[in-house]
Design a protein around this ligand. Sequence first.
Ligand code: GLN
Length: 476
Amino acid sequence: MIDVSKLTIESAHDHLIKGDFTAVELTQTYLDIIAKKNPEINAYREVFVDALEQAKQADIKIKSGKVGSVNLLTGIPFAMKDNILIEGRIAGASSKILENYKASYDATVTKKLKEAGAIFLGRTNMDEFAMGGSTENSAYGATRNPVDPTRVSGGSSGGSVAAVAMDGALAALGTDTGGSVRQPASFCGMVGLKPTYGAISRYGLIAMGSSLDQAGPITKTVADSEIIFNTIKGKDKYDSTSADSLFTGKEEKLKLTIGVPRHFMKEGIDVDVLKNFEETLKKLENAGHTIVDVSLPNIDYSLAVYYVLMPAEVSSNLARFDGIKYGAHADGKDLLEDYMLTRGQFLGKEVRRRIILGTYVLSTGYYDAYYGKARATQNLLKKDFIEAFKEVDVIVTPTSPTPSFKVGEKASDPLSMYLADIFTVTANLVGVPAISVPCGTANREGKDLPLGFQIMAPHFREDILFQLGKVVESVR
Ligand code: GLN
């Protein structure tokens, strides 16, 4: 058995090329670990029966040694979130309504990974339709945190993150609408990237909030995150909101000005999180970067804005799940009753709550008061960031106000769950890229729980996130 605990995409690639092990051996190692750990962790919804067959194909490419047929991701075993389409396979969004829904085409990110020769080990558990921050909203039970299985993995991409954290995949893809890649990454000690809105095609992702959604890589290192990002990014004719970056990454500034919105970190943050955050800043300062306070006058409204705009988009995106076009169907006496029975029976509580909230904020008489105001405030937030980025290269915060919490701790209190998104939703509202990088731990009941350091940069400046992210890794 290969020791995969220290393996990265970069090092695995070297071993594959040198012939130290084959993609089949590597895949078999991951399958063995999944068989052992998944019953407890519940990271995977399904392990694909043809994973070894995919690995054989990768080995053929690697052995052929043909220029252009092998790249850094050839033969690398991936976990895919249950809301990313892979042709011919079930994409269930961890919802009963899509339990047997088979994708009829590949998402663009899937297609790009396939072309690169990546191996899909399976699809991973998530909060139903990506709504949540702990995977407890999955119709199939919570994903446990591999660091402490009494705690949540975070969410909604908790299954993808836990898959990598338990050594059940070398990398994974998740989606992030308000923090769903970064927050679980921070809870499980992984690197999670939410790219610039438009940097990666959304074609073939099951939509939650279309103006906020982005797919993003989950990896053990920043360098691996960069490799995946470079493979899946770029303009796509199937997503009119996608675009190519104009930056080449060559304009690297060695010493960065790091902005801290301290006015936003006054209350509700765990003391250990705050202490670790300040220590990380100190280390970055010692590494030659400049730390300054930055003002984002409207950031206090971010969470409220998100929890108006997101449900509005959810209510319209999920209208298609009516029991007629896709997935499960319940029979009533007429069409309306079919709709009501299907959606009442096969959509979970949190999903229904958001559909109702969203329908309300869009309804006549309330649209101006809620949706309109939220949009106006979102524009103010965008202006805040434009102003701030005139003075600083990046803006940093903790990724989450607390370390991972216990399974069940917040499950019956949606508001306290929403508050956990306080630091992550703004990047989605403004469209800027953000990364969570592990930066230390907080001890709880004898377990060292991972913490994450979030870095945000101007639109399409993922290169700065990778640059500073690597520094955070090296000073940790
Ligand atoms: N936790 C956030 C929510 O519940 C983020 C979800 C996401 O990014 N998909 O909306």
